[in-house]
Design a protein around this ligand. Structure first.
Ligand code: SAM
Length: 525
Protein backbone atom coordinates (compact mmCIF):
# COMPACT_ATOMS: atom_id res chain seq x y z
CA UNK A 1 0.00 0.00 0.00
CA UNK A 2 1.25 3.48 -0.86
CA UNK A 3 2.24 5.74 2.04
CA UNK A 4 2.55 9.47 2.21
CA UNK A 5 4.66 11.41 4.65
CA UNK A 6 3.63 14.35 6.73
CA UNK A 7 5.01 16.50 9.50
CA UNK A 8 3.34 15.45 12.74
CA UNK A 9 1.94 18.46 14.59
CA UNK A 10 2.25 16.55 17.88
CA UNK A 11 5.91 15.34 17.88
CA UNK A 12 7.37 17.40 15.01
CA UNK A 13 8.65 14.24 13.23
CA UNK A 14 7.97 13.03 9.71
CA UNK A 15 5.41 10.25 9.82
CA UNK A 16 3.94 7.89 7.25
CA UNK A 17 0.22 7.77 6.59
CA UNK A 18 -1.72 5.17 4.59
CA UNK A 19 -3.15 6.48 1.34
CA UNK A 20 -6.79 5.83 2.31
CA UNK A 21 -6.51 7.92 5.47
CA UNK A 22 -4.66 10.60 3.61
CA UNK A 23 -7.16 10.85 0.83
CA UNK A 24 -10.03 11.11 3.32
CA UNK A 25 -8.15 13.84 5.14
CA UNK A 26 -7.35 15.71 1.97
CA UNK A 27 -10.91 15.29 0.72
CA UNK A 28 -12.15 16.86 3.95
CA UNK A 29 -9.58 19.63 3.54
CA UNK A 30 -10.66 20.23 -0.05
CA UNK A 31 -14.28 20.30 1.02
CA UNK A 32 -13.61 22.86 3.71
CA UNK A 33 -11.61 24.96 1.22
CA UNK A 34 -14.38 24.68 -1.36
CA UNK A 35 -17.02 25.64 1.17
CA UNK A 36 -14.90 28.57 2.19
CA UNK A 37 -15.03 29.76 -1.43
CA UNK A 38 -18.81 29.26 -1.55
CA UNK A 39 -20.51 32.46 -2.60
CA UNK A 40 -22.13 33.32 0.72
CA UNK A 41 -21.80 37.06 0.47
CA UNK A 42 -22.07 38.93 3.72
CA UNK A 43 -24.47 41.84 3.56
CA UNK A 44 -25.50 44.03 6.48
CA UNK A 45 -28.44 41.70 6.87
CA UNK A 46 -26.36 38.58 6.94
CA UNK A 47 -23.83 39.99 9.43
CA UNK A 48 -26.68 40.55 11.85
CA UNK A 49 -27.95 37.07 11.07
CA UNK A 50 -24.50 35.58 11.74
CA UNK A 51 -24.21 36.93 15.30
CA UNK A 52 -20.39 36.70 15.36
CA UNK A 53 -18.33 35.68 18.38
CA UNK A 54 -14.77 34.67 19.21
CA UNK A 55 -14.19 31.02 20.01
CA UNK A 56 -14.10 31.71 23.75
CA UNK A 57 -17.29 33.76 23.65
CA UNK A 58 -19.00 31.14 21.52
CA UNK A 59 -17.95 28.34 23.87
CA UNK A 60 -19.40 30.23 26.81
CA UNK A 61 -22.65 31.17 25.13
CA UNK A 62 -23.33 27.78 23.57
CA UNK A 63 -22.20 25.70 26.54
CA UNK A 64 -19.40 23.86 24.69
CA UNK A 65 -15.61 23.95 24.93
CA UNK A 66 -13.40 25.88 22.51
CA UNK A 67 -11.99 22.48 21.60
CA UNK A 68 -15.50 21.38 20.50
CA UNK A 69 -15.87 24.48 18.37
CA UNK A 70 -12.49 24.01 16.70
CA UNK A 71 -13.56 20.45 15.97
CA UNK A 72 -16.78 21.63 14.24
CA UNK A 73 -14.68 23.98 12.11
CA UNK A 74 -12.20 21.26 11.21
CA UNK A 75 -14.98 18.89 10.20
CA UNK A 76 -16.43 21.54 7.91
CA UNK A 77 -19.67 21.91 9.90
CA UNK A 78 -19.37 25.60 10.67
CA UNK A 79 -17.45 28.32 8.88
CA UNK A 80 -14.64 30.67 9.89
CA UNK A 81 -15.37 34.38 9.59
CA UNK A 82 -13.40 37.57 10.04
CA UNK A 83 -14.79 40.34 12.28
CA UNK A 84 -16.61 41.81 9.23
CA UNK A 85 -18.53 38.59 8.65
CA UNK A 86 -16.50 37.54 5.56
CA UNK A 87 -15.84 33.83 5.18
CA UNK A 88 -12.14 33.05 5.43
CA UNK A 89 -9.89 30.01 5.27
CA UNK A 90 -7.31 31.23 7.78
CA UNK A 91 -7.58 34.01 10.30
CA UNK A 92 -5.03 36.60 11.32
CA UNK A 93 -4.13 36.55 15.01
CA UNK A 94 -7.13 37.33 17.19
CA UNK A 95 -9.43 37.77 14.19
CA UNK A 96 -11.15 34.40 14.05
CA UNK A 97 -14.92 34.58 14.51
CA UNK A 98 -17.69 32.00 14.28
CA UNK A 99 -21.39 32.57 13.82
CA UNK A 100 -23.47 31.83 16.89
CA UNK A 101 -26.55 31.34 14.74
CA UNK A 102 -24.74 28.91 12.48
CA UNK A 103 -23.57 27.05 15.57
CA UNK A 104 -27.09 26.92 17.00
CA UNK A 105 -28.48 25.66 13.69
CA UNK A 106 -25.77 23.00 13.55
CA UNK A 107 -26.36 21.84 17.14
CA UNK A 108 -30.08 21.64 16.55
CA UNK A 109 -29.41 19.29 13.61
CA UNK A 110 -27.02 17.27 15.79
CA UNK A 111 -29.84 16.92 18.33
CA UNK A 112 -32.08 15.56 15.59
CA UNK A 113 -29.41 13.12 14.38
CA UNK A 114 -29.08 15.07 11.14
CA UNK A 115 -25.60 16.45 11.66
CA UNK A 116 -24.28 15.34 8.29
CA UNK A 117 -26.64 17.74 6.53
CA UNK A 118 -25.06 20.79 8.05
CA UNK A 119 -22.14 22.20 6.13
CA UNK A 120 -20.09 25.27 6.86
CA UNK A 121 -21.60 28.35 5.33
CA UNK A 122 -25.24 27.27 5.31
CA UNK A 123 -27.29 30.31 6.04
CA UNK A 124 -27.83 30.31 9.80
CA UNK A 125 -31.49 31.29 9.69
CA UNK A 126 -32.76 29.45 6.66
CA UNK A 127 -32.81 25.90 8.04
CA UNK A 128 -35.92 26.62 10.13
CA UNK A 129 -34.92 23.60 12.19
CA UNK A 130 -36.97 24.60 15.18
CA UNK A 131 -40.16 25.49 13.37
CA UNK A 132 -42.71 22.85 14.38
CA UNK A 133 -44.74 20.90 11.85
CA UNK A 134 -48.00 22.72 12.64
CA UNK A 135 -46.30 26.05 11.80
CA UNK A 136 -44.80 24.71 8.57
CA UNK A 137 -48.28 23.66 7.51
CA UNK A 138 -50.17 26.53 9.09
CA UNK A 139 -53.71 27.49 8.06
CA UNK A 140 -54.46 26.99 4.35
CA UNK A 141 -51.00 25.61 3.53
CA UNK A 142 -52.31 22.21 4.60
CA UNK A 143 -55.56 22.26 2.63
CA UNK A 144 -54.19 19.74 0.17
CA UNK A 145 -50.95 17.70 -0.04
CA UNK A 146 -48.57 18.69 -2.79
CA UNK A 147 -45.18 17.24 -3.64
CA UNK A 148 -42.52 19.93 -3.98
CA UNK A 149 -43.99 22.75 -1.86
CA UNK A 150 -41.65 25.11 -0.09
CA UNK A 151 -42.39 26.07 3.48
CA UNK A 152 -44.17 29.37 4.16
CA UNK A 153 -41.39 30.48 6.54
CA UNK A 154 -38.93 30.56 3.63
CA UNK A 155 -41.21 32.86 1.63
CA UNK A 156 -41.84 35.05 4.67
CA UNK A 157 -38.13 35.40 5.40
CA UNK A 158 -37.35 36.82 1.96
CA UNK A 159 -40.51 38.84 1.39
CA UNK A 160 -40.20 40.66 4.72
CA UNK A 161 -36.54 41.54 4.07
CA UNK A 162 -36.57 42.45 0.41
CA UNK A 163 -40.05 43.78 -0.37
CA UNK A 164 -42.55 46.34 0.88
CA UNK A 165 -46.27 46.33 1.45
CA UNK A 166 -48.22 46.94 -1.78
CA UNK A 167 -45.43 45.49 -3.96
CA UNK A 168 -46.38 43.11 -6.76
CA UNK A 169 -44.82 39.64 -6.45
CA UNK A 170 -44.90 37.02 -9.20
CA UNK A 171 -44.46 33.25 -8.91
CA UNK A 172 -44.21 31.85 -12.47
CA UNK A 173 -44.10 28.27 -11.08
CA UNK A 174 -46.87 28.76 -8.56
CA UNK A 175 -47.58 25.13 -7.65
CA UNK A 176 -50.05 25.06 -4.77
CA UNK A 177 -49.71 28.81 -4.19
CA UNK A 178 -47.42 29.16 -1.16
CA UNK A 179 -45.95 32.47 -2.43
CA UNK A 180 -49.44 33.85 -3.07
CA UNK A 181 -50.76 32.97 0.37
CA UNK A 182 -47.75 34.37 2.23
CA UNK A 183 -47.44 37.38 -0.07
CA UNK A 184 -51.08 38.23 0.56
CA UNK A 185 -50.63 37.89 4.30
CA UNK A 186 -47.71 40.36 4.03
CA UNK A 187 -49.89 42.83 2.10
CA UNK A 188 -48.37 42.29 -1.35
CA UNK A 189 -50.29 41.94 -4.58
CA UNK A 190 -49.49 38.49 -5.92
CA UNK A 191 -49.82 36.61 -9.16
CA UNK A 192 -49.00 33.03 -10.00
CA UNK A 193 -48.74 30.95 -13.15
CA UNK A 194 -48.92 27.18 -13.33
CA UNK A 195 -49.32 24.74 -16.16
CA UNK A 196 -51.37 22.27 -14.12
CA UNK A 197 -55.08 23.01 -13.83
CA UNK A 198 -55.42 21.10 -10.59
CA UNK A 199 -52.55 23.06 -8.97
CA UNK A 200 -54.35 26.26 -9.98
CA UNK A 201 -57.51 24.99 -8.34
CA UNK A 202 -55.68 24.22 -5.10
CA UNK A 203 -54.15 27.71 -5.15
CA UNK A 204 -57.52 29.35 -5.91
CA UNK A 205 -59.23 27.44 -3.12
CA UNK A 206 -56.52 28.53 -0.67
CA UNK A 207 -56.62 32.17 -1.65
CA UNK A 208 -60.34 32.74 -2.42
CA UNK A 209 -62.34 35.08 -0.26
CA UNK A 210 -65.14 33.17 1.46
CA UNK A 211 -68.17 33.83 3.51
CA UNK A 212 -66.50 31.54 6.02
CA UNK A 213 -69.75 30.74 7.85
CA UNK A 214 -71.30 29.60 4.60
CA UNK A 215 -68.18 27.67 3.60
CA UNK A 216 -68.31 25.82 6.93
CA UNK A 217 -72.04 25.07 6.52
CA UNK A 218 -71.51 23.67 3.03
CA UNK A 219 -68.53 21.50 3.98
CA UNK A 220 -70.29 20.06 7.02
CA UNK A 221 -73.56 19.53 5.15
CA UNK A 222 -71.82 17.53 2.41
CA UNK A 223 -70.05 15.52 5.11
CA UNK A 224 -73.37 14.81 6.90
CA UNK A 225 -75.04 13.66 3.69
CA UNK A 226 -72.25 11.35 2.61
CA UNK A 227 -72.16 9.91 6.15
CA UNK A 228 -75.83 8.89 5.91
CA UNK A 229 -75.21 7.40 2.50
CA UNK A 230 -72.27 5.44 3.84
CA UNK A 231 -74.22 4.13 6.82
CA UNK A 232 -76.82 2.80 4.42
CA UNK A 233 -74.08 1.06 2.48
CA UNK A 234 -73.01 -0.79 5.61
CA UNK A 235 -76.59 -1.20 6.94
CA UNK A 236 -75.87 0.79 10.09
CA UNK A 237 -78.98 1.29 12.30
CA UNK A 238 -79.39 5.02 11.63
CA UNK A 239 -79.15 4.63 7.87
CA UNK A 240 -81.20 6.88 5.63
CA UNK A 241 -84.56 5.19 4.84
CA UNK A 242 -84.43 6.77 1.38
CA UNK A 243 -81.48 4.51 0.72
CA UNK A 244 -83.13 1.21 1.52
CA UNK A 245 -83.26 -2.06 -0.45
CA UNK A 246 -83.88 -1.73 -4.15
CA UNK A 247 -83.46 2.06 -4.07
CA UNK A 248 -79.94 1.66 -2.76
CA UNK A 249 -79.07 -0.89 -5.42
CA UNK A 250 -80.31 1.49 -8.08
CA UNK A 251 -78.37 4.38 -6.61
CA UNK A 252 -75.16 2.33 -6.48
CA UNK A 253 -75.60 1.22 -10.07
CA UNK A 254 -76.15 4.79 -11.24
CA UNK A 255 -73.09 6.05 -9.36
CA UNK A 256 -70.90 3.33 -10.85
CA UNK A 257 -72.32 4.09 -14.28
CA UNK A 258 -70.95 7.64 -13.88
CA UNK A 259 -67.44 6.27 -13.35
CA UNK A 260 -65.62 5.56 -16.58
CA UNK A 261 -62.14 5.67 -15.04
CA UNK A 262 -60.19 2.41 -14.83
CA UNK A 263 -57.81 4.16 -12.46
CA UNK A 264 -60.60 4.84 -9.94
CA UNK A 265 -61.92 1.30 -10.29
CA UNK A 266 -58.54 -0.26 -9.51
CA UNK A 267 -57.03 2.06 -6.88
CA UNK A 268 -60.00 2.19 -4.48
CA UNK A 269 -61.94 -0.37 -2.48
CA UNK A 270 -65.61 -0.73 -3.60
CA UNK A 271 -67.00 1.11 -0.56
CA UNK A 272 -64.51 3.99 -0.86
CA UNK A 273 -65.34 4.32 -4.55
CA UNK A 274 -69.10 4.59 -3.90
CA UNK A 275 -68.60 7.16 -1.14
CA UNK A 276 -66.45 9.40 -3.29
CA UNK A 277 -68.75 9.10 -6.29
CA UNK A 278 -71.70 10.04 -4.09
CA UNK A 279 -69.85 13.07 -2.67
CA UNK A 280 -68.86 14.12 -6.17
CA UNK A 281 -72.51 14.03 -7.22
CA UNK A 282 -73.49 16.30 -4.31
CA UNK A 283 -70.95 19.02 -5.16
CA UNK A 284 -73.09 20.61 -7.89
CA UNK A 285 -75.68 21.57 -5.25
CA UNK A 286 -73.37 23.98 -3.38
CA UNK A 287 -71.85 27.40 -4.02
CA UNK A 288 -68.22 26.66 -3.09
CA UNK A 289 -67.78 23.77 -5.47
CA UNK A 290 -64.00 23.85 -5.88
CA UNK A 291 -63.60 24.04 -2.14
CA UNK A 292 -65.63 20.84 -1.78
CA UNK A 293 -63.62 19.25 -4.58
CA UNK A 294 -60.43 20.00 -2.68
CA UNK A 295 -61.84 18.48 0.55
CA UNK A 296 -62.91 15.40 -1.41
CA UNK A 297 -59.64 15.17 -3.32
CA UNK A 298 -57.61 15.29 -0.10
CA UNK A 299 -59.77 12.50 1.33
CA UNK A 300 -59.57 10.48 -1.87
CA UNK A 301 -55.78 10.73 -1.96
CA UNK A 302 -55.60 9.18 1.51
CA UNK A 303 -58.15 6.48 0.61
CA UNK A 304 -56.18 4.76 -2.15
CA UNK A 305 -55.33 1.09 -1.75
CA UNK A 306 -51.71 1.92 -0.95
CA UNK A 307 -49.43 1.45 2.06
CA UNK A 308 -49.87 4.24 4.61
CA UNK A 309 -46.20 5.18 4.29
CA UNK A 310 -46.36 5.56 0.53
CA UNK A 311 -49.06 8.15 -0.13
CA UNK A 312 -46.72 10.52 -1.98
CA UNK A 313 -45.32 8.06 -4.53
CA UNK A 314 -47.43 4.86 -4.59
CA UNK A 315 -46.27 2.18 -7.02
CA UNK A 316 -49.36 -0.01 -7.46
CA UNK A 317 -52.63 -0.70 -5.65
CA UNK A 318 -52.72 -3.40 -2.96
CA UNK A 319 -55.52 -5.99 -2.94
CA UNK A 320 -58.43 -5.03 -0.65
CA UNK A 321 -57.78 -6.37 2.87
CA UNK A 322 -54.16 -7.38 2.16
CA UNK A 323 -51.97 -7.13 5.26
CA UNK A 324 -48.53 -5.49 4.95
CA UNK A 325 -45.80 -4.32 7.31
CA UNK A 326 -46.38 -0.59 7.75
CA UNK A 327 -43.20 1.47 8.16
CA UNK A 328 -45.24 4.47 9.25
CA UNK A 329 -47.10 2.75 12.10
CA UNK A 330 -44.56 -0.04 12.86
CA UNK A 331 -47.20 -2.76 12.76
CA UNK A 332 -49.18 -4.86 10.31
CA UNK A 333 -51.79 -2.73 8.52
CA UNK A 334 -54.38 -3.22 5.78
CA UNK A 335 -55.06 -0.58 3.13
CA UNK A 336 -58.00 1.69 3.86
CA UNK A 337 -61.31 0.43 2.46
CA UNK A 338 -63.46 3.54 2.92
CA UNK A 339 -63.25 7.24 2.14
CA UNK A 340 -65.64 8.45 4.83
CA UNK A 341 -63.07 8.43 7.66
CA UNK A 342 -60.89 10.80 5.66
CA UNK A 343 -63.84 13.03 4.75
CA UNK A 344 -64.51 13.30 8.49
CA UNK A 345 -60.85 14.05 9.16
CA UNK A 346 -60.60 16.85 6.61
CA UNK A 347 -64.02 18.57 6.69
CA UNK A 348 -63.86 20.37 10.01
CA UNK A 349 -60.11 20.82 9.53
CA UNK A 350 -60.65 22.64 6.23
CA UNK A 351 -63.33 24.94 7.66
CA UNK A 352 -61.03 25.84 10.57
CA UNK A 353 -58.04 26.54 8.32
CA UNK A 354 -60.08 28.83 6.06
CA UNK A 355 -61.28 30.76 9.11
CA UNK A 356 -57.74 31.14 10.37
CA UNK A 357 -56.39 32.49 7.08
CA UNK A 358 -59.42 34.74 6.75
CA UNK A 359 -58.30 36.54 9.91
CA UNK A 360 -54.77 37.04 8.57
CA UNK A 361 -55.30 37.85 4.93
CA UNK A 362 -55.04 41.32 3.43
CA UNK A 363 -57.24 42.97 0.82
CA UNK A 364 -54.44 42.91 -1.82
CA UNK A 365 -55.22 41.39 -5.19
CA UNK A 366 -54.38 37.81 -6.13
CA UNK A 367 -54.25 36.66 -9.76
CA UNK A 368 -53.90 33.02 -10.82
CA UNK A 369 -53.10 32.23 -14.43
CA UNK A 370 -53.32 28.69 -15.72
CA UNK A 371 -50.87 28.38 -18.60
CA UNK A 372 -47.38 27.73 -19.85
CA UNK A 373 -45.11 30.33 -18.24
CA UNK A 374 -42.87 30.28 -21.33
CA UNK A 375 -45.58 31.89 -23.42
CA UNK A 376 -48.27 33.37 -21.13
CA UNK A 377 -49.12 36.93 -22.16
CA UNK A 378 -48.92 38.61 -18.75
CA UNK A 379 -50.13 41.99 -19.96
CA UNK A 380 -53.25 40.50 -21.44
CA UNK A 381 -53.87 38.14 -18.52
CA UNK A 382 -53.72 41.03 -16.04
CA UNK A 383 -55.66 43.61 -18.02
CA UNK A 384 -58.82 43.47 -15.89
CA UNK A 385 -57.07 43.21 -12.55
CA UNK A 386 -56.13 45.93 -10.01
CA UNK A 387 -52.46 45.54 -11.06
CA UNK A 388 -53.09 45.95 -14.80
CA UNK A 389 -50.81 48.98 -15.07
CA UNK A 390 -48.22 48.00 -12.52
CA UNK A 391 -44.71 46.70 -13.11
CA UNK A 392 -43.82 43.63 -11.08
CA UNK A 393 -41.49 44.34 -8.14
CA UNK A 394 -40.06 40.88 -7.81
CA UNK A 395 -40.28 37.13 -8.15
CA UNK A 396 -40.22 34.46 -5.51
CA UNK A 397 -40.39 31.03 -7.09
CA UNK A 398 -39.28 27.45 -7.03
CA UNK A 399 -39.11 25.94 -10.53
CA UNK A 400 -39.50 22.21 -11.06
CA UNK A 401 -36.11 20.50 -10.62
CA UNK A 402 -34.79 18.51 -13.53
CA UNK A 403 -36.15 14.94 -13.64
CA UNK A 404 -37.60 15.02 -10.14
CA UNK A 405 -41.42 15.06 -10.15
CA UNK A 406 -44.26 14.49 -12.63
CA UNK A 407 -46.52 17.28 -11.43
CA UNK A 408 -49.72 16.13 -13.12
CA UNK A 409 -49.21 12.51 -12.21
CA UNK A 410 -48.89 13.21 -8.50
CA UNK A 411 -52.60 14.20 -8.52
CA UNK A 412 -53.79 11.58 -10.99
CA UNK A 413 -56.70 10.61 -8.67
CA UNK A 414 -58.06 14.20 -8.85
CA UNK A 415 -57.68 14.44 -12.63
CA UNK A 416 -59.55 11.12 -12.96
CA UNK A 417 -62.28 11.93 -10.43
CA UNK A 418 -63.10 15.41 -11.73
CA UNK A 419 -62.27 14.87 -15.41
CA UNK A 420 -59.80 17.78 -15.40
CA UNK A 421 -57.85 18.23 -18.67
CA UNK A 422 -54.10 17.58 -18.38
CA UNK A 423 -51.14 19.42 -19.88
CA UNK A 424 -48.36 16.93 -19.15
CA UNK A 425 -46.39 17.58 -22.37
CA UNK A 426 -45.97 21.24 -21.38
CA UNK A 427 -44.46 20.46 -17.97
CA UNK A 428 -40.83 21.56 -17.68
CA UNK A 429 -38.25 19.02 -16.46
CA UNK A 430 -40.64 16.15 -15.67
CA UNK A 431 -39.41 13.01 -13.96
CA UNK A 432 -40.32 10.86 -16.93
CA UNK A 433 -37.76 12.77 -19.08
CA UNK A 434 -34.96 11.83 -16.71
CA UNK A 435 -31.79 13.70 -15.75
CA UNK A 436 -29.57 12.95 -18.73
CA UNK A 437 -27.31 15.59 -20.24
CA UNK A 438 -29.90 16.13 -23.00
CA UNK A 439 -32.68 16.51 -20.39
CA UNK A 440 -30.56 19.06 -18.54
CA UNK A 441 -29.94 21.09 -21.73
CA UNK A 442 -33.67 21.13 -22.49
CA UNK A 443 -34.36 22.14 -18.91
CA UNK A 444 -31.95 25.08 -19.16
CA UNK A 445 -33.59 26.28 -22.37
CA UNK A 446 -37.13 25.91 -20.96
CA UNK A 447 -36.51 27.64 -17.62
CA UNK A 448 -34.63 30.44 -19.41
CA UNK A 449 -37.59 30.81 -21.81
CA UNK A 450 -39.89 31.38 -18.81
CA UNK A 451 -37.71 34.15 -17.41
CA UNK A 452 -37.26 35.78 -20.81
CA UNK A 453 -41.05 35.77 -21.18
CA UNK A 454 -41.80 37.43 -17.83
CA UNK A 455 -38.81 39.80 -17.44
CA UNK A 456 -40.33 42.58 -19.61
CA UNK A 457 -43.18 42.86 -17.07
CA UNK A 458 -40.68 43.46 -14.23
CA UNK A 459 -39.16 46.71 -12.99
CA UNK A 460 -35.52 47.14 -13.99
CA UNK A 461 -34.42 46.79 -10.37
CA UNK A 462 -36.76 43.87 -9.59
CA UNK A 463 -35.38 41.25 -7.24
CA UNK A 464 -35.74 37.72 -8.50
CA UNK A 465 -35.47 34.90 -5.96
CA UNK A 466 -35.21 31.37 -7.34
CA UNK A 467 -35.21 28.39 -4.98
CA UNK A 468 -33.45 25.45 -6.62
CA UNK A 469 -31.79 22.18 -5.77
CA UNK A 470 -29.14 22.93 -8.36
CA UNK A 471 -27.07 19.77 -8.09
CA UNK A 472 -26.18 19.90 -11.79
CA UNK A 473 -25.13 23.58 -11.55
CA UNK A 474 -27.49 24.66 -14.31
CA UNK A 475 -28.57 28.02 -12.91
CA UNK A 476 -25.54 30.11 -13.92
CA UNK A 477 -26.28 29.16 -17.54
CA UNK A 478 -30.03 29.72 -17.04
CA UNK A 479 -29.21 33.20 -15.73
CA UNK A 480 -27.01 33.90 -18.75
CA UNK A 481 -29.61 32.71 -21.25
CA UNK A 482 -32.38 34.70 -19.53
CA UNK A 483 -30.50 38.00 -19.35
CA UNK A 484 -30.12 37.88 -15.57
CA UNK A 485 -27.15 38.01 -13.24
CA UNK A 486 -26.69 36.14 -9.98
CA UNK A 487 -26.21 38.71 -7.22
CA UNK A 488 -26.16 36.47 -4.17
CA UNK A 489 -26.67 32.85 -3.17
CA UNK A 490 -28.12 31.56 0.07
CA UNK A 491 -27.58 27.91 0.92
CA UNK A 492 -29.83 25.95 3.21
CA UNK A 493 -30.34 22.36 4.32
CA UNK A 494 -33.80 20.96 3.70
CA UNK A 495 -34.25 18.41 6.43
CA UNK A 496 -37.94 18.53 7.20
CA UNK A 497 -40.37 17.81 4.48
CA UNK A 498 -43.87 16.53 4.72
CA UNK A 499 -44.30 15.21 1.24
CA UNK A 500 -41.11 13.90 -0.30
CA UNK A 501 -39.86 11.34 2.13
CA UNK A 502 -37.08 11.93 4.60
CA UNK A 503 -34.01 12.33 2.42
CA UNK A 504 -32.58 15.72 3.30
CA UNK A 505 -30.79 17.74 0.64
CA UNK A 506 -29.42 21.20 0.19
CA UNK A 507 -30.94 23.93 -1.85
CA UNK A 508 -29.85 27.33 -3.02
CA UNK A 509 -31.88 30.48 -3.11
CA UNK A 510 -30.47 32.57 -5.92
CA UNK A 511 -31.00 36.30 -5.86
CA UNK A 512 -30.85 37.46 -9.46
CA UNK A 513 -31.50 40.75 -11.19
CA UNK A 514 -31.95 41.78 -14.78
CA UNK A 515 -28.54 41.85 -16.42
CA UNK A 516 -28.40 45.59 -17.11
CA UNK A 517 -29.38 46.56 -13.64
CA UNK A 518 -27.11 43.98 -12.07
CA UNK A 519 -24.22 45.35 -14.13
CA UNK A 520 -24.96 48.86 -12.86
CA UNK A 521 -25.11 47.60 -9.31
CA UNK A 522 -21.82 45.79 -9.65
CA UNK A 523 -20.21 48.94 -11.03
CA UNK A 524 -21.40 50.70 -7.89
CA UNK A 525 -23.65 53.20 -9.73
C1 SAM B 1 -41.57 23.10 -7.43
S1 SAM B 1 -43.19 23.32 -7.99
C2 SAM B 1 -43.65 24.84 -7.22
C3 SAM B 1 -44.13 24.62 -5.81
C4 SAM B 1 -44.59 25.87 -5.12
N1 SAM B 1 -43.47 26.72 -4.78
C5 SAM B 1 -45.40 25.54 -3.86
O1 SAM B 1 -44.95 25.86 -2.75
O2 SAM B 1 -46.45 24.93 -3.98
C6 SAM B 1 -43.01 23.73 -9.68
C7 SAM B 1 -44.31 23.98 -10.44
O3 SAM B 1 -43.97 24.36 -11.77
C8 SAM B 1 -45.06 23.98 -12.58
N2 SAM B 1 -44.67 23.98 -14.01
C9 SAM B 1 -43.98 23.05 -14.71
N3 SAM B 1 -43.87 23.42 -15.99
C10 SAM B 1 -44.48 24.62 -16.12
C11 SAM B 1 -44.71 25.51 -17.20
N4 SAM B 1 -44.29 25.23 -18.45
N5 SAM B 1 -45.37 26.67 -16.96
C12 SAM B 1 -45.82 26.95 -15.70
N6 SAM B 1 -45.66 26.13 -14.66
C13 SAM B 1 -45.00 24.98 -14.85
C14 SAM B 1 -45.45 22.60 -12.06
O4 SAM B 1 -46.79 22.29 -12.40
C15 SAM B 1 -45.26 22.79 -10.55
O5 SAM B 1 -46.48 23.08 -9.94
Amino acid sequence: MRSVFYLCGGCGKMRAMKTKTQSRASRAKQRVAKEARAPYTATSNSIAALDLATLDQAAQKIGKTTHNIRDYIQRGRIAKYDPDGKRITSARNGELRVSLNELRAFLSLVAQGNEKHHHAGLHPELGFYNVPEHERTKHVHRLHPYLGKFIPQLVEWFLTRYFNADDVILDPFMGSGTTLVQGNELKSHTLGIDISEFNCRIARVKTNRYDVEKARREILDAERRVTRFSKSLTHAPDANPDFSGAKMEKLKASLLAECASDYLKTWFAPRALLEMLYYRRLIGQYEYQDLLRVVLSRAVRSSRLVPHYDLATPKEPLPVGKEYWCRKHSRMCTPIAECLAKIHAYSEDTARRLEKFNQLRSDKSIAIIQGDARVVDLKQALQNTPIANRLIDGIFTSPPYVGQIDYHDQHIYAYELFGIPRNDPLEIGPKRSGKSRAAQQKYIADIAAVFRNVLPALRDDAKIFIVANDRFKLYPEIARQSGMRIIEEFHRAVTKRTEQGDNPYQETIFLMMKENNAALKTAGQ
